[in-house]
Each structure stands twice: as structure tokens, then as C-alpha cells.
Design a protein around this ligand. Structure first.
Ligand SMILES: Nc1ncnc2c1ncn2[C@@H]1O[C@H](COP(=O)(O)OP(=O)(O)OP(=O)(O)O)[C@@H](O)[C@H]1O
Ligand SMILES: Cc1ncc(COP(=O)(O)O)c(N)n1
Length: 267
């Protein structure tokens, strides 16, 4: 069985962060592991508290994982402090991690800021150059490219700028901001659009976490970047389309739409 590691924050409501990542990885057929960067007290209406782990403890978790069950892919999500980003960069280099997917999480759907300004600089300097692919949404793409993104043409210009600056593939997600759920992948082969039908579902908590984990799972299984993105997008469309409706705010998706309860113990 292929294996994947998520390095991210815990979402107590289970729709985003580590919990979304693990549900996604299981449903996509890989063995899921985690290194927790922070605990959040969070539900579908907002984040009420964040408690970061220490850099040393994050390193301990990464040592424990990499020295025992080596991950075939690594997904990185919420990391709010520079010290933690530095710890991740150091350990990924030490263990020669492969298939690194960075979701540069900055602001939650509910509006809470999930990264310090100083950490954004460290992310740019230390982590993005190590990534195989980064998956910014439109506001994150604006921060990383230093330009406004207001049209599909702007998305191409921004993704190219990010690709050239950090030397990694860029999946710029149109999901929240543009009319359709069209995402742009920029690689050394240039731009490629992945078209998606916008699903009329307000429950989009954790869509970014979920897509990046699906891509990491697909890379772990040996897919090309294009196939990993295409299949990842299919997965998120089905999870959103399952129309789960939980909580008072922007609710979670049904990550386990393909999981069956129709099993029995054979005697
Ligand atoms: N309503 C929708 N219908 C179909 N696909 C969607 C919808 N909303 C988002 N997506 C898709 O979900 C994926 C995640 O994109 P999105 O822009 O929502 O990321 P994000 O803002 O980082 O997510 P979040 O911050 O909520 O975790 C993309 O493939 C996007 O196209
Ligand atoms: C621990 C954690 N990580 C990431 C997100 C972003 O996801 P979203 O923007 O969908 O709330 C989150 N809310 N919580």
C-alpha cells in the first residue's frame, strides 16, 4: 500500500485540516499519517482558538514518521509560525521527501487568519522552492505573485509568475472567486486548464485541504501531475456533490462518499 503524510493543523470540527486530509487519503486508497502543527478550536462558523506545537515537537513527529513508515507523498497545510516552517524544511531535506504538495493556507473560509505575516515570508523563502506543486486559491495567489487576479487571463499571468519565482508547478484554484470551478495548472509545459462545473453547495469548508490531499494521494500512487490533478478534481466534485449539510456555517463535505458500510466479517 502506498503511503502519504499530512503536516497540518487539526480542525476539531473535522471538515478541514488533518481530519479532512486523512479522510481524503483513506478514500483515495493510500495509508495516511500525520504530523500536527497546531490544534484549532474550530467549527463550521469559525475558529475560536489556535495552539501551535513547538518546533522541536514537530521535528520529533517527523523523525518518528520518516524513520519508520516512509511516505510516498507529503502534503503540507496550515503552518502558522516561521519556526515550524523551518522545522519542516529541515526535516524534508534531511529525509529527501518526495512528491511534496504545499497548500499555502492563509485564511480560513470562515475568515480566520491562519498564518502570521512573518511566516508568509519564511514559507516563500524555505518551503515553496522545495515543493513539487503548490495549490494557492485566488487570494493566496495574489499574495504569492504580488498582483491582482480578476480574470482567467490574470490567473495565467499570476501562475506563470509564481512558477518562475519558486520553480515548482502551480495549481491556481478558481473555485471560490471566479464563476466556474476552473483551476489552472502551470508547469514547465505551460498553462493547462482543468474545467469543473460549479456545484451549488455553500458547504465548502475544507475544499483546499481536500484537493491538495487528493493530489498528494494520487502522486503517491505514481500518477503524473496532470493525472493527479484531474483525478483530485473529480474526487472533490463528488465529495461536494454528495451534498452533506452539517453545522450552522459553511459545512464540511462528505469525504467518504465512496466508502461502503456494506461489508461483513467472513467466518
Ligand atoms: N462550488 C464548487 N463547485 C465545484 N468545485 C468547487 C467549488 N468550490 C470550490 N471548488 C473546487 O474545490 C477546489 C478547492 O478550491 P478553493 O478555491 O475552494 O480552495 P480554497 O479556497 O483553498 O479552499 P479552502 O480555503 O476552503 O480550504 C478547487 O478544485 C475548486 O475548483
Ligand atoms: C486546521 C485548518 N487547516 C486549514 C483550514 C482551511 O480550510 P478552510 O478555508 O476550508 O476553512 C482550516 N480551516 N483549518
Amino acid at each position: 500500500m502506498k503511503t502519504a503524510l499530512t503536516i497540518a493543523g487539526s480542525d476539531s470540527s473535522g471538515g478541514a485540516g488533518i481530519q479532512a486530509d486523512i479522510k481524503t487519503m483513506i478514500t483515495n486508497g493510500v495509508y495516511a499519517m500525520s504530523a500536527v502543527t497546531a490544534l484549532t478550536a474550530q467549527n463550521t462558523t469559525g475558529v475560536t482558538g489556535i495552539m501551535d506545537v513547538t518546533g522541536d515537537f514537530l521535528k520529533q513527529q517527523l523523525d518518528a514518521v520518516f524513520t519508520d513508515i516512509y511516505p510516498d507523498a507529503v502534503k503540507i497545510g496550515m503552518v502558522s509560525q516561521s519556526e515550524l516552517i523551518e522545522a519542516i524544511a529541515e526535516k524534508l531535506k534531511e529525509y529527501k521527501a518526495k512528491n511534496i504538495v504545499v497548500d499555502p493556507v492563509m485564511v480560513a473560509t470562515s475568515g480566520a487568519k491562519l498564518i502570521s505575516d512573518e511566516a508568509i515570508d519564511t514559507l516563500k523563502e524555505k518551503l515553496l522552492p522545495m515543493a513539487d506543486v503548490i495549490t494557492p486559491n485566488i487570494p493566496e495567489g495574489e499574495v504569492l505573485s504580488d498582483r491582482k487576479i480578476e480574470s482567467p487571463d490574470d490567473m495565467v499571468t499570476a501562475a506563470k509568475a509564481i512558477f518562475e519565482k519558486y520553480g515548482c508547478a502551480v495549481l491556481l484554484k478558481g473555485g471560490h472567486a471566479m464563476n466556474d470551478a476552473n483551476d489552472l495548472l502551470y508547469t514547465e509545459e505551460g498553462p493547462q486548464w482543468f474545467y469543473g462545473k460549479k456545484i451549488d453547495n455553500p458547504n465548502t469548508h475544507g475544499t483546499g485541504c481536500t484537493l491538495s490531499s487528493a493530489i498528494a494521494s494520487n502522486l503517491a500512487k505514481g500518477m503524473s501531475m496532470k493525472d493527479a490533478v484531474e483525478k483530485g478534481k473529480e474526487y472533490i466534485s463528488l465529495a461536494l456533490g454528495a451534498m452533506l449539510n452539517l453545522g450552522a456555517g459553511s459545512g464540511p463535505m462528505n469525504h467518504g462518499f465512496a466508502v461502503t458500510t456494506d461489508w461483513e466479517v467472513t467466518k
